[in-house]
Design a binder for this molecule. Structure first.
Ligand SMILES: [Zn+2]
Length: 156
């Protein structure tokens, strides 16, 4: 308002027009930068989530969220994502163009990242068909039996 009134006081219409155009341009650039920064923020948040095996659902800009005040250039988002088990998680994050994504509290997806599926040790299962019956008494002998545990006869 001060800007506009100054132009009118001096009565310079050309100057006023330039002033308004300049102001509009500055606002337009600011909005464009905000949109681009928001896209980058979301891309980084998505990247962090996916590197921990989580699925990005949404990130809502929270201009008055946790940590909005203090550091000038950082932005806060309320993030919703799915953990590797498909459970919905909610977290607040703070990020800026030159910093990493900070997850407030225990909302970080990294707690899921370390959880890798344990390779279950394959126990060798010997099918019964690979055994033989004792030729002496008919007791079932497994592969590792060299002597019949029932009658003591040597396996044929
Ligand atoms: Zn036997």
């Amino acid at each position: 308002m001060i800007v506009f009134s100054t132009f009118y006081i001096f009565g310079n219409e050309v100057g006023a027009a330039h002033g308004i155009l300049g102001l509009v341009a500055i606002i337009a650039v600011a909005i464009a930068m905000r949109i681009v920064a928001g896209k980058w923020d979301r891309a980084r948040i998505r990247e962090e989530l996916e590197s921990s095996g989580c699925t990005f659902v949404s990130a809502t800009w929270a201009p008055f969220g946790k940590g909005s005040f203090g550091e000038d250039s950082s932005r806060s988002y309320e993030v919703c994502y799915l953990n590797p088990d498909g459970e919905r998680q909610y977290a607040s994050v703070k990020t800026s163009l030159f910093t990493d994504v900070f997850w407030s509290g225990d909302g970080s997806p990294q707690r899921f990242g370390g959880r890798k599926p344990e390779p279950s040790p394959q126990a060798p299962i010997l099918p019964n068909s690979e055994g033989t019956d004792c030729s002496n008494c008919g007791f079932f002998l497994e592969l590792e039996h060299r002597f019949c545990p029932h009658c003591g006869a040597k396996k044929q």
